[in-house]
Design a binder for this molecule. Structure first.
Ligand code: M6R
Length: 368
C-alpha cells in the first residue's frame, strides 16, 4: 500500500506530478481558464477589489505564494493571514472582498472560524479544499477542489503543490475577468502551469541524492532555510517540514533579513539550505542570493543549495548542490519544494521517527 516505500510520505511525494495534473485538468477551455464549480458570477469576480487568504501551516505557505501571483497578474492587493489570527484583529471586509480559505482537510477549526467571520462581514468566501463535502467548502460561497487524492502522511506534500496550482488558477481567473491580462497571456500562463507535472517528475530524480544527504544531516542540531521572493515561502515550508517530522530546530528566513539578526546564528558546520532564484529569471535576485551564500559560507556554514540546472555561478559556493529544472519564476516553488520534503522525511527516518505520524500532531486539527 505504500507503493514499495518505507513510508507513505515518500509515495505521496512521488505522486505530486499526478496531483498537479489532476488539479489542473478541465480548467482550460474555450480559450480561457474555466472554474465552473466556482459559483461566483463573472461580474462578482470583476468587482473584487481586495483579496484575503486565510489558512494554517503548509496551506498558509501556499497562500503566501498566491499573493505573489495574484498581485502580479491582477493588480489587486492581497493579504495573507494565519487563520488563527484573522478574526481577532477586526479585518476590513466587505462585499467586494474575496476571502480565499485554503485547507486540505476542509475541517481545520481556525480556518472554519475565519470563514464564518468573513461571511458575517458579507465578504465572498472561496474555499480551496482537497476533501469533498468537508465543512469549510460547505460553509463557503464557492469551492475549488484540489484533486491530489487522499493524503495519509500527516505532513502535507502533494496537497501543498495542488494548492499552489489551485491558487494560481484563481489568480488567472481573476485576471481574465478583470481584463488585467489578455487572453493569449492567460493561455500562456496556463500552458506553463500545465507543463509543471513534467518538471516535478524531473525533480524526483534528486530523491536518492537528497535521501543520502538527509541521513548525513540527521545529527545536526539545527537547520536554517533561506529564500527570496517566491523562494521565501519555500524556505518557511522546508523549515516547517523539518520541525514537524524530525523534531529539529529549523527556521526559514527571507535572505535579505540575514543581516538584521539571523546571521548571528551562523556557526561552523551549521547546515543552511538556500533556495536560489533562476539566474535568467530575475538577475538581481540571483546576484543578491549569491552574495548571501558567500557571507554565510565565509562564516563556516555548510551550504546546501537548491539551484536551477546550469547555474554555474553558484556552484563554487555550494557545499552540496541539488539541481532542479528551469521553470518560470512564479512556478519555481512547485519544483524547489520537492527536495525539501524529501530532506525532512529522511532526516526524520534516520533519527528513528515515524515519518507518517509525527508525535503530538493530527492530520486534521479540529480544535482551535
Ligand atoms: O487541512 P489543512 O490544510 O487546513 O491543515 C493545515 C495545517 O494543519 C497543515 O498544513 C499542517 O501544517 C501540516 N501537517 C504541515 O505538513
Amino acid at each position: 500500500e505504500k507503493g514499495g516505500h518505507d513510508y507513505f510520505m515518500l509515495k505521496e511525494i512521488e505522486e505530486q506530478p499526478e496531483a498537479l495534473r489532476n488539479t489542473l485538468r478541465g480548467h482550460f477551455a474555450r480559450g480561457g481558464v474555466v472554474l465552473d464549480e466556482l459559483r461566483l458570477a463573472e461580474q462578482d469576480l470583476r468587482d473584487i477589489d481586495k483579496v484575503f487568504v486565510v489558512a494554517c501551516g503548509t496551506a498558509y505557505h501556499s497562500g503566501l505564494l498566491a499573493k505573489y501571483a495574484i498581485e502580479h497578474w491582477c493588480r489587486i492587493p492581497v493579504e495573507v493571514e494565519l487563520a488563527s489570527e484573522f478574526r481577532y484583529r477586526d479585518p476590513v471586509l466587505g462585499r467586494d472582498t474575496l476571502v480565499v480559505a485554503i485547507s486540505q482537510s476542509g475541517e481545520t477549526a481556525d480556518t472554519l472560524e475565519a470563514v464564518r467571520h468573513a461571511r458575517t462581514q458579507h465578504a465572498r468566501v472561496l474555499a480551496i479544499c482537497n476533501t469533498n463535502g468537508a465543512q469549510i467548502p460547505r460553509e463557503s460561497d464557492a469551492v475549488l477542489y484540489t484533486h491530489a487524492g487522499p493524503e495519509i502522511g500527516v505532513a502535507a506534500t502533494k496537497t501543498f503543490l495542488a494548492q499552489i496550482a489551485a491558487n494560481y488558477l484563481v489568480g488567472l481567473a481573476l485576471a481574465q475577468a478583470r481584463g488585467t491580462k489578455y487572453s493569449d497571456e492567460v493561455a500562456r500562463e496556463f500552458d506553463e502551469l500545465a507543463a509543471m507535472p513534467e518538471a516535478v517528475r524531473d525533480t524526483l530524480s534528486t530523491v536518492e541524492q537528497v535521501r543520502e544527504l538527509g541521513t548525513e544531516m540527521a545529527t545536526s542540531k539545527a537547520v536554517l532555510f533561506l529564500g527570496r521572493h517566491v523562494g521565501y515561502p519555500v524556505a518557511l515550508e522546508g523549515a516547517l517540514k523539518l520541525k514537524e517530522l524530525a523534531y529539529m530546530h529549523a527556521e526559514g528566513f527571507a535572505a535579505g533579513e540575514l543581516k538584521h539578526g539571523p546571521i548571528a546564528l551562523i556557526e561552523q558546520d551549521l547546515p543552511v539550505v538556500v533556495v536560489m532564484p533562476s539566474p535568467t529569471g530575475r538577475a538581481q535576485l540571483h546576484a543578491k542570493m549569491v552574495s548571501n551564500i558567500r557571507e554565510i559560507q565565509a562564516r563556516g556554514a555548510r551550504t546546501i543549495v537548491i539551484a536551477e540546472r546550469g547555474d554555474e555561478e553558484v556552484r563554487p559556493f555550494a557545499d552540496e548542490l541539488i539541481t532542479i529544472p528551469a521553470v518560470p519564476t512564479l512556478l519555481q516553488p512547485l519544483v524547489s519544494t520537492v527536495p525539501l520534503q524529501v530532506m525532512a522525511a529522511e532526516i526524520a527516518r534516520a533519527r528513528g521517527y515515524d515519518v507518517d505520524k509525527p508525535r503530538n500532531l493530527a492530520k486534521s486539527v479540529t480544535v482551535e
